[in-house]
Design a protein around this ligand. Sequence first.
Ligand code: PBG
Length: 332
Amino acid sequence: MTGAFPYTRLRRNRQSDWVRRLVRETTVTVDDLIWPVFIVDGKDQKQPISSMPGVDRLSIDLLVEKAKQASDFGIPVIALFPYTDPSLKTERAEEAFNPNNLVCRAVSELKKVIPHVGIMCDVALDPYTSHGHDGIMVGNEIDNDLTLEAVVKQSLNQAKAGCDILGPSEMMDGRVGVMRDALEEGGFKNTLIMSYSAKYASKFYGPFRDAVGSKGALKGDKKTYQQDPANSDEALREVALDLDEGADMVMIKPGLPYLDIIRRVKDNFGVPTFAYHVSGEYAMIKAAGEKGWLDADACMFESIQSIKRAGADGILTYYAFDLAQKLQGKKS
Ligand code: PBG
């Protein structure tokens, strides 16, 4: 790095909008956005989630309408999260394997109407377990290898429904490998796996658990399977294993508090790397915006831009729909 004042004046490159645009290093486009949505059974249902202002649980009919708009804005992928009626939750999450469950019905409806939009589904049992954990419990433990059997069944169930991207988010060891084998054998060689590789045991998931109705159900915490927020090297080992086992893309989660992890993963592996700007990150900005303490739209954008600057190729964010709409407005 060379340059001394006054030969170098860094403010020259900042003096007006045109030059700022010219030298800008990071550009956020609609192509970077994955839009997570919450679905609920029934017709004409639009249920606000109090801890996520602006986000509603939608029944499939209303989701289809909104998804058409998202598709018009150019959003490449929609990620589905079901709110499961408590009467369908069981110890062993049988509803996850029901070919006619809410998620599978939503996938097939969306694929009929917007076939060119990628549909992503979580692979994890927490929407379906009576105890709210992502895996199968034996005694007080989440049994890794029993959960892998469930992971395979849930993956195939969702792939059969037409899901394009499976997102294993349950942090069991060996999950990507068993999924990839099952997909190859089952005739789903093109089904993508975006692994939640470095998923931390974060308190920023609180509002999401309200949204899917697992909060009241959850017994204890997820620290025996999700990563310790204090660790960074461990994230690289998780990513390396998932790639070896057949993941096409990897994800870091949450987003903004883990920018250092995103950068390390991108620099070390050079693979498609995504980050999840999670429910708590969204809620904080929205809440402060509602109080008039900050400009929520600008802070949402800055967060997403920062995640991209840190090395993410794309971002899962509840703000995707609104941002895509704004970006669309700018183009025309
Ligand atoms: C569940 C899952 C969670 C999220 C995505 N999939 C929550 C959790 O692990 O408890 C969190 C998303 C968010 O907070 O926005 N396997």
